[in-house]
Each structure stands twice: as C-alpha cells, then as structure tokens.
Design a protein around this ligand. Structure first.
Ligand SMILES: Cc1cc2nc3c(=O)[nH]c(=O)nc-3n(C[C@H](O)[C@H](O)[C@H](O)COP(=O)(O)O)c2cc1C
Length: 317
C-alpha cells in the first residue's frame, strides 16, 4: 500500500508538507499546481511552489515530492516538465481535475475531461519529454458534468504510458460537496492495468477500509482528512498491518501549529496577515477532529498580531 499526501492549493504548501510528512507513513506528497500557459515558466516559479527542489526534491523527513503541472497545451506542458526535471524534480503529476472557473476558462484542469484525446496528447507529450526514470502520473476527476467519459479518460492516461493515475471520485459538477463515488474507483481499477490511487473522502481508518473493499485499490491519496487529522496516514498504515496507532493528542497537534507559525515567521518575506490567515485556516480543518481547535479558533478571531498568536498557542498547549 502507498499513501500519498494530496496537492491542495493554498493549504498544503511546503511548510505543511514538511509537518505532515514528518509524522510518517507517506510514500510521496504532491505540490500545489504549477499553472502552465503557452510559455516556458521562469525557474523561480518552480522554486516558489516547490522549495524542496533545492533539497533533493524531498521534505525534511525524506519524503519525495512530486511537482504537479496544470495546463492545456501539450507542447508547453512538455517543455515545462522538462525544465522541472532539469531543476531537480523526480516525479511529475498532471492536474486534470481542478474545478476553478478561471483555470477551466483557460482550458486547464477539469474542463479537459471533456476531451479524452487531449488528455492523451498532454500526458503522452509530458511522458516523452522527461527521462523514463521520472514517473509521470495524472490526477483526474470522474468527469466534468457527468461520468460518461470516466473510463475513456482513465484509459487515455494509461495509453499515454503514465506510471499511475489518481482518481478523485467526483465530477467537476460534484465539486467537493457530494460524497465521493468510490464505486467508480473499482470500475476504473478493473479496466486499467496501471495502479489506480483512490482519492476522495478518506477521512478515517474506517473510510480507508470501506474504500479499499469497494474499489480493490491498493494506494490512497489523503487530502482534507489529512489536514484535519495530521496523523491520519500513520493510523491507516497501522491498520493496514493489523495494528492500532494511538491517535495524536491535542497538545501534540498544538505543537505542530506552533511549528507552522515558527516556520512561516522564519521567512522574512511572509507578512503577519498571511501567517495569521494560514493558522486560522488550519484551525478550521482541525475543528472537525479536535474540540480544542474550535475553542482556539474562537479566540484567534480577535488576534491581529503574531505575538498575540504565539501567546494564545502557548496558552492552549
Ligand atoms: C483547498 C483545496 C485545494 C486543492 N488544490 C488542488 C491542487 O492544487 N491540485 C489537485 O490536483 N487537487 C487539488 N485539490 C483536490 C484534492 O487534491 C483532492 O483531490 C480533493 O480534496 C478530494 O480529496 P479529499 O476528500 O481527501 O480532500 C484541492 C482541494 C482543496 C479542498
């Protein structure tokens, strides 16, 4: 079994990748998407989204990091994938699932699921552009408005010689609201010979067990559940080997939040508003698992300065 930490734009940046992968059990994590238009991007874009490039494309705990590219022009995607590898990327993922209206209007992300032949063209161009030692994967949804092309799109990714495919078991129309349709993961897994990584609504050990039973997938990607419950991967890995991992206590989680605050403060270009925004954002996720996070969030709402945030975090530890 392989567990992947999902890409989450604006939420799982390199700081959170560091913190979550350090807890353990992740095989790989994936960056937020790098938006590719029709040009070769400046190198600093790759370094901003994936500072791990300068550290062997690994997080501090040694978990490999995959760079995710999003775009609709095969040649530009290929050129940028080549550049990413020159800069040190060890794996490339292609985003065919982003529901953002802005991104979709510019022919990137989920809108491409209406055109399986274009999915093939983009994935094949990226695959050909980088050495075979660099795995190329794609992350899809089940479709744009319907699931009609789900199998065709997945088969297009396989035909492009991708190493594996991640399937977020929702259409773009489903957004994030409706329950993930795990039964589709099974259908796609049956039809493909490359590994299918199951994604969507795996928020607990029970979810993992049910999703595995329904899909027969061996590999799983954790998104919002992993942000809400920082040791979710560790718990799933323990369950897989018939063990039980003691769930993380609130004081341990609070130390992680302090760690995020410190890591962000150590970067001189990061301003206080951004840091406070990120801390509050994480608390919103953590509230789902930890009542203590809800109490802390209430007090945090009035915080305007970093020093106040530091004091609050210490008080709640
Ligand atoms: C705030 C947010 C940002 C996301 N950003 C990305 C992204 O950059 N690339 C991507 O492929 N998926 C992105 N996703 C989708 C997640 O990777 C994942 O597929 C989705 O949340 C379903 O998994 P989950 O139920 O475990 O969260 C994002 C999701 C959220 C909620």
């Amino acid at each position: 079994m392989k567990l992947y930490l999902a890409p989450m734009e604006g939420v799982i940046d390199h700081h959170l990748r560091n913190i979550l992968t350090n807890i353990g059990a992740y095989h790989r994590c994936v960056t937020e998407f790098v938006r590719v238009t029709d040009k070769l991007l400046p190198e600093q874009v790759f370094h901003r989204i994936c500072p791990e490039l300068k550290h062997g494309s690994q997080t501090a705990s040694g978990t490999p990091v995959t760079i995710q590219l999003l775009g609709g022009i095969a040649e530009a995607m290929a050129e940028n994938a080549r550049l990413a590898v020159e800069l040190g990327a060890t794996a490339i993922d292609i985003n065919f699932g982003c529901p953002s209206r802005f991104v979709n209007r510019k022919a990137g992300g989920a809108v491409l699921l209406k055109e399986p032949e274009r999915i093939f063209k983009i994935a094949a161009a990226v695959r050909k552009a980088v050495p075979m030692r660099v795995p190329v994967s794609a992350k899809i949804r089940l479709g744009y408005e319907s699931t009609d092309l789900a199998l065709e799109n997945a088969l297009a990714v396989e035909a492009a010689n991708a190493s594996f495919i991640t399937v977020h078991a929702r259409t773009k129309l489903d957004g994030y609201n409706y329950p993930a349709r795990w039964e589709w993961l099974g259908k796609i897994n049956d039809a493909l010979s490359i590994p299918v990584v199951a994604n969507g609504d795996i928020n607990s050990v029970d979810d993992y067990v049910r999703c595995r039973e329904l899909s027969a997938c061996q590999d799983f990607m954790l998104g919002r559940g992993a942000v809400a419950q920082p040791d979710l991967a560790r718990q799933i890995a323990a369950a897989q080997s018939q063990n039980i991992a003691t769930p993380m206590r609130w004081d341990e989680v609070n130390s992680l939040i302090i760690g995020l605050a410190k890591a962000m403060q150590a970067q001189p270009q990061t301003n206080a508003i951004r840091i406070l925004g990120r801390l509050k954002q994480w608390l919103v996720f953590l509230k789902k698992q930890y009542p203590e996070a809800a109490a802390l969030f209430t007090e945090f709402r009035h915080v305007k300065q970093i020093s106040q945030a530091d004091e609050l975090l210490l008080k709640h530890s």
